[in-house]
Write a protein that binds this ligand. Structure first.
Ligand code: IPE
Ligand code: IPE
Ligand code: MG
Length: 252
C-alpha cells in the first residue's frame, strides 16, 4: 500500500520508500534550552548541558543514518564568554570529554569533523584535541559534522573580509571582481553544501549571530522543544516541514 506524503507513517520506519532527509543535505541547529531544561527539573544548569551532549550524540547518529551530508551544531558562541566562569568551564569540560569519547565512533561511521569559529582561542589542550580529531577524520566522507565553537557570524565575516582584503593588497584579486564565491570560500564553512535547513530549539525566535551569510535562502524551523528533549522524532518533524516548503529562491 503506498504511503501518502504527510500521513502518520510517512516519517516513521514504515515509510522506507521515502527519503528521510526530504532532500535536505545540510542542516544546522541552534541547540538552545539546556538551562531551562535543568531549571524545570530543579537541577543544576551543568546537568542540562550534560544531557545536551547526550542529545548531540543521538542526533549525530540519527542524521548520519538518515543520509544527511552535513550537520552544523552551534555549541559555543563568541558571546557565550559572558556567562559565569564556572559555566564556561563546565561547557569546556564537556567539550573535551565529548571529543575524546566520540572520536572513534566518528571515524567508524565515516564522519568528518570540522570546526567553525575561532577555536584557536580556546585552551591549548582543547585546540590540540581538536586538531588531532580534524586530522584523523579528514578523509571521511559520509557526513561532515561541523561544530561551532567560539563562533559568531559577524566575527567569521570580519575574518573573511580581512583574508580577501589581504589578497587584494597583494594584487591577487581586483576589488571589483570580488564575488559571492570569494566570500563563501573565505568563510569557515567553505566547501560545505549550501545550508538547507536551520533549526532552533527552545522557542526563541532569533539567530543569535549564527550563519548569517549562509542562511540567506535556508528554510527556518523553530520548535519549543528544549535541546535536551530534542530527539529523532523532532528531527523527522523538522525535515517533514522542510519537505513541505516551496523554495523559490526569488523566482516564481
Ligand atoms: C544552550 O543552552 C547551550 C549553550 C548556549 C552553550 P542554554 O545554556 O543557552 O540554555 P537556556 O537558553 O539558558 O535555557
Ligand atoms: C545561542 O544560544 C548559542 C548557542 C546555542 C551555542 P544562546 O542561549 O547563547 O542565545 P541567546 O543569548 O538566547 O540569544
Ligand atoms: Mg540559551
Amino acid at each position: 500500500m503506498p504511503i501518502k506524503k504527510g500521513s502518520p507513517d510517512s516519517d516513521t520506519d514504515m515509510g522506507q520508500m521515502a527519503d528521510p532527509t526530504h532532500g535536505a543535505r545540510h542542516i544546522a541547529i541552534i541547540m538552545d534550552g539546556n538551562g531551562r531544561w535543568a531549571k524545570q527539573k530543579h537541577l543544576p544548569r551543568a546537568l542540562g548541558h550534560k544531557k545536551g551532549v547526550e542529545t548531540v550524540r543521538d542526533i549525530v547518529r540519527v542524521a548520519g543514518e538518515m543520509g544527511i551530508k552535513a550537520l552544523t551544531l552551534y555549541a559555543f558562541s563568541s558571546e557565550n564568554w559572558s556567562r559565569p566562569a564556572d559555566e564556561v568551564a563546565d561547557l569546556m569540560g564537556l567539550l573535551r570529554q565529548y571529543i575524546q569519547s566520540d572520536i572513534d565512533e566518528f571515524d567508524e561511521n565515516g564522519i568528518q569533523l570540522k570546526v567553525i569559529g575561532n577555536y584557536k582561542a580556546l585552551d591549548s589542550d582543547i585546540v590540540q584535541l581538536i586538531d588531532g580529531a580534524l586530522d584523523r577524520t579528514a578523509n571521511n566522507d559520509k557526513m561532515t559534522l561541523a561544530i561551532a565553537l567560539n563562533y559568531g557570524a559577524q566575527d567569521e565575516m570580519l575574518r573573511a573580509v580581512r583574508t580577501i582584503a589581504e589578497a587584494a593588497k597583494r594584487g591577487e584579486v581586483d576589488p571589483q571582481d570580488i564575488g559571492v564565491d570569494h566570500v563563501s570560500g573565505a568563510l569557515d564553512t567553505a566547501g560545505m553544501p549550501p545550508l538547507d535547513l536551520l533549526i532552533r530549539t527552545s522557542g526563541e525566535l532569533r539567530l543569535s549571530n549564527f550563519l548569517l551569510w549562509q542562511a540567506a535562502y535556508s528554510e527556518l524551523y523553530f520548535t519549543d522543544a528544549l535541546w535536551p528533549d530534542f530527539d529523532k522524532r523532532e528531527l523527522q518533524r523538522a525535515l517533514q516541514s522542510f519537505g513541505d516548503r516551496d523554495r523559490r529562491f526569488g523566482g516564481r
